[in-house]
Design a protein around this ligand. Sequence first.
Ligand code: MG
Ligand code: ZN
Length: 188
Amino acid sequence: MRPAVFLDRDGTINEDVGHLDRRDRLRLYPYSVDAVRLLNRAGFAVVVVTNQGGIARGLVEESFVVELHAELRGRFAAGGADIERFYHCPHDPHATVPAYRTDCDCRKPAPGMVRRAASELGLDPTRSFLVGDKWSDIDLARAVGATPVLVRTGYGATQERQRPAPAGTIVTDDLMSATVRMLAGGAR
Ligand SMILES: [Mg+2]
Ligand SMILES: [Zn+2]
């Protein structure tokens, strides 16, 4: 059972542009590939877990999300960084697209995506970190026993003002400073 770093997507590895529905709207943060490569070298599997509620609302095609993730994986690989797998939740209990209207177990902060990754890839969430820019990411980390990391990119700075971070949460500027903290053993 390997340790992992679970990464949120929008606002964590790329700019949150609302519903990312076109390739040309994808903007990776300039440090994301380097951060993932450093995490890989330190022995962490890196996995993306992302809520894509735009699918349930008919704003983004699920097939586009799957293609985009394949392309992203390639861009990271070109920089020597391995994102082992992308998991996305396309559901929403209030979806306008009936096929996606369900109270699923994978919409963060529900633990479904992390649990699937753990069983499919042989990962130990309790030795892992989960990095994101929303409280739903932090709540998910706590639910699965991973160390939560809140980054101030995306919605992070706003979220930080809304409520105090739970004890044990690493709060830091962005994915690169988060990476430095994680490589240092997650010192709080
Ligand atoms: Mg996010
Ligand atoms: Zn779901």
